[in-house]
Design a protein around this ligand. Structure first.
Ligand SMILES: [Zn+2]
Length: 566
C-alpha cells in the first residue's frame, strides 16, 4: 500500500511537471510570436520545435528546435531562439518527442529489395515442403509471370539442414522455369526448365561457382557464379517494373525512418532508370550507389568523375571476394569446423582483385569488397594496403568484415580501410555460426567493437533484403547483442556490443561518411539537408524491451514530409 501511494504521488508529480512543461512551451511560443510581431523575422519554410533533437554533431548535442529553408537546415537552437528569429508557413510541434537525423543504411540492396517484394517470399520457411507450398500458392496467384522467382530459403532452418534437390519442382512445373534463391543470394535451386534455358549440362566447368550433382546428375542447386548462368537468361525489365518495385521499397523504408540507402551492386542501366525516376519526382529516396564488378560498368564510369545529383551519388564499385558462411562459400584460412577439409573459396583469383584495385586507385572511385571468411578478408586487406599504402581519404571498404583472424584487425587502420558491418547478421547467424567456425575462430567474428577501434568510426547497415530493413533491429543487435526473442540471455559475445551513441552514429553520420555524404546529411546541423525523423520514443533512453516497439511518427527528406504515421 505504502509503495502504491508513493507511486501515485510520483505520477501526480510527473503529471504536474508535464502540465507545467506544456505551459512553458505555450508561453514561449506565445511570447516569441507576440514579441516578434513588431520585429521582422527571417523567412523559413518549416520550423520544428518542442523536440529532443539529437543533432548527432561532433559533441552529440541536443537542441529543442531548428528551421528549414529550401530543403536545408538553416539554424538550430532553443525553442525561443528559433521561434523568435524565424517565421514559417509550416510549424511542427514535435510534442517533446525525440528527433533524429534520418537513418542511413550503409549496406543494402534497395532495388533487389523492391524486386523481392514481388517474388515468392521464402523467408523463415521451416522446411522444404513449406517452400514448395509457398511457391505453388505464388504461382497460382501470378499466372502472368513467365518465370517463377522466389527468395529467402535457408536450409539451416529445416530438419536435417541439407540442401534440396529440384525433383519436386520438375514435377510441379514442367513448363515454366523456376529460380529460388537462398537467403544470402549466394545459392539457388532451379528446375530443369531453368537449367535448359541456361543450357547448363552435367559436367560443365566454371570458376567461382558450383553445379551440385548427386549420383552423376545435376540436382538443380547452383552456388555463387553458377546462379548467374541462369539469371542472365531471365526476361528484360520494363520501366514499370522498376517503378512498381522502388515505390513499394521506399514506402516501407520511410516507415522505418530511412532517408538514404546504399545499393551495393547495380548495373549502369539500373542506375540510369532509377536516376530518371528520381528526376521525375517519382522516387524520393536518396541513394548511394556501388556499381557491380562488370566490364560494362568500368568502361562507362571509370573515365568520368563520380556522378552526383541531389538524390543519387555513384562513387563505389562492389566486388565480391567470397560467398557466405551459411552456404559454406566463405573462404577460410583453416577448414570449416563442420565440413572436413573444406575451406570455401575465393570467387576470383587474387590477381583479379589486385588488378581491379590498381585500376580503381587511379580514379575518384571507392572500392567496396564483400569479404566474409578470414582468408577472404586477409586477401583483400593485403591488396588494399599494398595499393593504398598508408593514410588516405579514399574510404575503401570491406563489406561485412565478418570473420577476422586476430592478427588481421590491425590491417584496417594501416590504410584507413573501413569495415562496413551489419549487426543483425550477428544475431541471425549466432544460432549456427559456431558450428561452422568452432569455439576459437568465432571470437573474431561479428567483432564490431574491435572493428570500431580501428578507425574510430564504423558505418552500420542491414544488407536488406538478406535481413529486415528495420534500423531498430540494427540498434537492438548492435547495443544489446540479442534478437527479438531476447536470446541469448547475456548477449552474443557482448564484449563486442556498441554503446547507444555509437550505434546511432553508425546509423547516421558514420554511414554518411562511408558514402562521402557526411557534409550534406547524417546530422541535424546548419547547412545540412533537412533529412530527419520524429520517433514516438527515445532510443537513447528506452529499455531494451521497447526498442522494437518504437514507431516513426514522421519522416522528412529535404524538408519534405514523405511519411506520416496515421
Ligand atoms: Zn549485400
Amino acid at each position: 500500500m505504502k509503495n502504491g501511494k508513493g507511486f501515485q504521488r510520483i505520477r501526480y508529480n510527473l503529471n504536474l511537471m508535464k502540465k507545467f512543461k506544456q505551459f512553458i512551451i505555450l508561453f514561449t511560443v506565445a511570447f516569441a510570436l507576440s514579441f516578434c510581431s513588431n520585429e521582422p523575422r527571417d523567412e523559413a519554410d518549416t520550423i520544428i520545435y518542442n523536440g529532443v533533437v539529437y543533432t548527432v554533431n561532433e559533441k552529440f548535442e541536443t537542441v529543442q528546435a531548428f528551421a528549414v529553408k529550401d530543403g536545408k537546415i538553416i539554424a538550430t537552437g532553443t525553442d525561443e531562439e528559433i521561434l523568435k528569429k524565424f517565421k514559417a508557413k509550416e510549424i511542427v510541434d514535435a510534442k517533446g518527442q525525440a528527433v533524429y537525423p534520418g537513418f542511413i543504411d550503409a549496406h543494402s540492396h534497395f532495388l533487389g529489395y523492391g524486386q523481392s517484394l514481388f517474388m515468392a517470399d521464402l523467408y523463415g520457411a521451416a522446411s522444404w515442403e513449406e517452400i514448395i507450398s509457398r511457391v505453388k500458392a505464388f504461382a497460382a496467384q501470378h499466372p502472368e509471370e513467365k518465370w517463377i522467382v522466389g527468395r529467402g530459403w535457408d536450409q539451416n532452418k529445416w530438419p536435417g539442414k541439407s540442401y534440396p534437390t529440384n525433383h519436386k519442382l520438375n514435377e510441379l512445373f514442367p513448363q515454366k522455369p523456376v529460380l529460388l534463391t537462398r537467403i544470402d543470394g549466394h545459392a539457388a535451386i532451379v528446375n530443369q526448365q531453368a537449367l535448359d534455358a541456361a543450357s547448363i549440362t552435367q559436367g560443365q566447368k566454371l570458376t567461382g561457382g558450383e553445379l551440385e550433382t548427386k549420383n552423376g546428375k545435376l540436382t538443380g542447386l547452383l552456388i555463387d557464379n553458377a546462379v548467374d548462368l541462369v539469371t542472365v537468361k531471365m526476361p528484360a525489365l520494363t520501366i514499370n517494373d522498376y517503378l512498381k518495385w522502388l515505390s513499394k521499397a521506399q514506402k516501407n523504408c520511410f516507415e522505418v525512418g530511412l532517408t538514404t540507402v546504399t545499393d551495393c551492386g547495380l548495373m549502369y542501366n539500373d542506375v540510369q532508370t532509377i536516376d530518371g525516376l528520381q528526376k521525375e519526382g517519382k522516387i524520393d529516396m536518396r541513394l548511394y550507389v556501388m556499381l557491380s564488378d562488370d566490364t560494362a560498368n568500368y568502361n562507362r564510369y571509370l573515365s568520368k568523375k563520380p556522378y552526383k545529383t541531389d538524390k543519387m551519388f555513384i562513387k563505389g564499385f562492389k566486388v565480391y571476394a567470397d560467398g557466405a558462411l551459411g552456404s559454406r562459400g566463405a573462404c577460410l584460412l583453416q577448414p570449416y569446423n563442420d565440413k572436413k577439409g573444406w575451406y570455401g573459396f575465393l570467387l576470383k583469383n587474387k590477381e583479379y582483385y589486385d588488378s581491379i584495385a590498381h585500376v580503381i586507385a587511379k580514379t575518384d572511385y571507392q572500392m567496396c569488397t564483400h569479404a566474409i571468411g578470414d582468408s577472404a578478408n586477409r586477401t583483400i586487406l593485403n591488396i588494399y594496403n599494398k595499393t593504398l599504402q598508408g593514410s588516405n581519404d579514399k574510404h575503401w571498404r570491406i563489406e561485412h568484415a565478418q570473420v577476422i583472424h586476430p592478427v588481421d584487425f590491425a590491417l584496417f587502420s594501416k590504410s584507413a580501410i573501413v569495415p562496413s558491418v551489419q549487426p543483425t547478421h550477428a544475431t541471425s547467424d549466432m544460432y549456427w555460426a559456431e558450428e561452422r567456425l568452432g569455439t576459437e575462430r568465432i571470437k573474431g567474428a561479428y567483432a564490431y567493437k574491435q572493428l570500431l577501434k580501428q578507425n574510430g568510426w564504423l558505418p552500420l547497415g542491414t544488407d536488406f533484403p538478406v535481413e529486415d530493413i528495420s534500423p531498430f533491429k540494427t540498434f537492438l543487435a548492435a547495443v544489446f547483442r540479442r534478437d527479438a526473442k531476447e536470446f541469448p540471455q547475456n548477449g552474443f559475445q557482448p564484449e563486442n556490443a556498441l554503446t547507444r551513441e555509437e550505434a546511432i552514429r553508425g546509423m547516421t553520420i558514420w554511414a554518411a561518411k562511408a558514402c562521402f555524404l557526411e557534409k550534406e546529411t547524417g546530422s541535424i546541423e546548419t547547412g545540412k539537408k533537412a533529412d530527419f525523423i520524429i520517433l514516438d520514443r527515445d532510443l537513447m533512453k528506452i529499455p531494451e524491451k521497447e526498442v522494437l516497439a518504437t514507431k516513426v511518427v514522421a519522416t522528412f527528406i529535404g524538408g519534405k514530409k514523405v511519411y506520416n504515421q496515421q
